[in-house]
Write a protein that binds this ligand. Structure first.
Ligand SMILES: Cc1cc2nc3c(=O)[nH]c(=O)nc-3n(C[C@H](O)[C@H](O)[C@H](O)COP(=O)(O)OP(=O)(O)OC[C@H]3O[C@@H](n4cnc5c(N)ncnc54)[C@H](O)[C@@H]3O)c2cc1C
Length: 296
């Protein structure tokens, strides 16, 4: 199908993009276009103006300081998945980016577009929840910093206002403990999107789990934390904890009637996948930790 007619504007700066957005209530930002263009072609989105932010250099790239890793909104999955430092320090993000679509999608699609879009079957929401991100947005009234726990509201619904631009995400760096993590998913056989995806980020000190953030895609109408799993992990010794037992409560806090239930997988099947993939993600995270330890 063909999209309906629209105007096209290329923004030079974030302020310019905000100005263009304010000029048309039907305007939409375009980044990689890998969700928006298919939606326009199928008639699900009909923007009056496309505001292309793709050439705004300040929105691209990964920056490190003592406490934080900042990832610009336009940073592609390929850039994230090719970054060795991210695999070392924030493996949950690197692995989720690596799991998105195919190489063409990873070369064009952006972290900002993925998070802003709020698709429950996308890979990034769980990863940014597990990595404890702060979502940085710019609007007519200046900058807002949103805790990722407050960001995803529902299917394609986020805390981002129509007149705001997601400019980047910030991730805390661990001071003392070692961070490990993993992202695994059961891809839809037809689209490759997550039927269920589980992201894990653990801080481990001297063989003990100091903190745990575990989140899932594909199970509810937006990415969700799995707090019963986190509660079962914190304070446990890696030698003693049973990931099978911990993962068995993965769906405990989730309202069954709100679970995704469609032609691809019933809610019951997704709940079972959630437990299996939670256990797998935890095992992968710990294997990654073992692999990074020096051998005697
Ligand atoms: C064949 C195919 C397979 C795919 N497989 C997967 C997969 O396995 N896993 C997965 O997670 N995704 C998958 N995707 C989706 C892909 O990851 C998209 O790139 C992503 O969902 C949107 O990012 P984008 O940069 O392309 O955003 P766009 O398509 O440009 O925009 C998406 C939406 O977000 C808004 N937006 C974009 N950037 C910003 C911003 N900076 N600030 C405010 N609003 C913004 C737009 O207005 C639009 O509403 C697939 C896509 C295709 C075409």
């Amino acid at each position: 199908m063909y999209p309906s007619e629209f105007d096209y504007e290329r923004a030079e700066t974030v302020d310019h993009a905000l100005e263009l957005l304010s000029g048309d209530p039907e305007a939409k930002i375009i980044s990689g276009g890998h969700s928006l263009i298919p939606m326009m072609k199928s008639g699900l989105a009909n923007p009056g103006t496309l505001v292309d932010i793709g050439e705004i250099d300040e929105l691209t790239g990964i920056e490190w300081d003592d406490d934080t890793v900042s990832v610009g909104a336009l940073t592609t999955y390929a850039t994230i998945a090719d970054d060795d430092e991210l695999w070392d320090e924030l493996p949950v993000l690197a692995e989720a980016a690596h799991e998105v679509g195919d190489i063409q999608v990873r070369n064009r699609g952006t972290i900002g577009g993925n998070v802003a879009h709020g698709d429950p079957a996308s890979d990034l929401p769980a990863a940014v929840l597990a990595a404890d991100a702060t979502v940085v947005v710019q609007g007519p009234d200046g900058e807002r910093r949103i805790d990722v726990d407050d960001f995803f509201l529902g299917m394609y619904a986020t805390e981002l206002g129509e007149d705001e631009i997601l400019t980047g995400l910030e991730f805390p760096r661990s001071e003392n403990a070692t961070t490990t993590g993993a992202y695994v998913k059961k891809p839809s056989p037809s689209s490759g999107y997550a039927l269920v995806g589980v992201a894990v980020s653990l801080e481990v000190d001297d063989g003990r789990i100091e903190s745990a953030r575990v989140a899932a895609n594909g199970i509810m109408d937006h990415g969700v934390r799995l707090e019963p799993v986190e509660d079962g992990l914190v304070g446990e010794s890696l030698d003693d904890v049973s990931f099978e037992d911990v993962a068995a409560v993965a769906d405990e806090d989730l309202e069954e009637f709100m679970m995704m239930d469609d032609i691809q997988a019933s809610a019951e099947f997704r709940a079972q996948l959630l437990k299996v993939y939670t256990e797998e993600a935890l095992n992968d995270a710990v294997d990654r930790l073992d692999a990074s330890l020096p051998t005697a």
